[in-house]
Design a binder for this molecule. Structure first.
Ligand code: GLN
Length: 227
């Protein structure tokens, strides 16, 4: 059994942060997106019902550690630091960072961000890279990306460091934004799972591989990303 000690044995609880389109976002009051569709397929394969819990990105890992959620799916990048607290499944997507600007911004390249105010989402890889490269005092971390975008529109910050697809998604819905590419490493998205639950890790990995082999992850991704 996947959850030996639990009473609610027919449910797979996924922790996410629904401000990250196209991977997870709210549409017509429902949490939808690439990750949520993949999570549904995984739950189906495990014969479990999916229960989605929306929370701040920065609390997802601790919710996996405490057992509040079984899996974390939030366009979450595999990092060495995170691997100290949780396990990651095999990767199911790739990304990198880009920089969003107000469309009337004079900034043109990543070097121009020096001594500017950069907004990020707290605890994300963008947050970590921006602090490493431009100094902690130049970075303002927000709980929600939408709050960072609002702050940039109000002139409180100059730029936002964000994952590529999500950045593009905000961009394509808002002509008051533009982007510059950033020379950051490729990141891999994977599912976070409690370190002690090897059984679930194996099940999830098997499910992801099947969904990849059957072209289902590709198909889901193409529904949301058409480039
Ligand atoms: N991929 C980034 C990370 O893992 C951002 C994820 C997110 O904001 N949901 O930190």
């Amino acid at each position: 059994n996947v959850f030996a000690q639990e009473t609610n044995k027919d449910t797979l609880t996924v922790a996410t942060n629904a401000t990250f389109p196209p991977y997870e976002f709210i549409k017509d009051g429902k949490i939808v997106g690439i990750d949520m569709e993949i999570a549904n397929k995984i739950a189906e394969k495990l014969n479990l019902k999916l229960n989605i819990v929306d929370m701040e990105f920065n609390t997802i890992i601790s919710s996996i550690e405490s057992g509040k959620a079984h899996i974390g799916m939030a366009g979450m990048t595999i990092t060495k630091e995170r691997l100290k607290s949780i396990n990651f499944s095999v990767p199911y997507a790739k990304s990198t960072q880009i920089v969003l600007l107000n469309s009337n911004s004079r900034l043109e390249k990543i070097e121009d961000l020096k001594d500017k105010k950069i907004g990020t989402q707290l605890g994300t890889t963008g947050d970590i890279y921006a602090k490493d490269d431009f100094g902690e005092k130049n970075v303002q971390s927000f709980d929600k990306i939408s709050d960072a975008i609002l702050a940039m529109k109000n002139g409180k910050i100059d730029a936002i460091m964000i994952d590529q697809q999500t950045g593009r998604n905000y961009l394509s819905n808002d002509s008051a934004l533009k982007k510059i590419e950033a020379p950051y490493v490729e990141e891999e998205y994977a599912i976070a799972i409690n370190k002690s639950n090897k059984y679930l890790l194996d099940k999830v990995n098997k499910a992801i591989k099947e969904l990849q082999d059957d072209g289902i992850i590709d198909k889901i991704t193409k529904k949301y990303i058409n480039s």
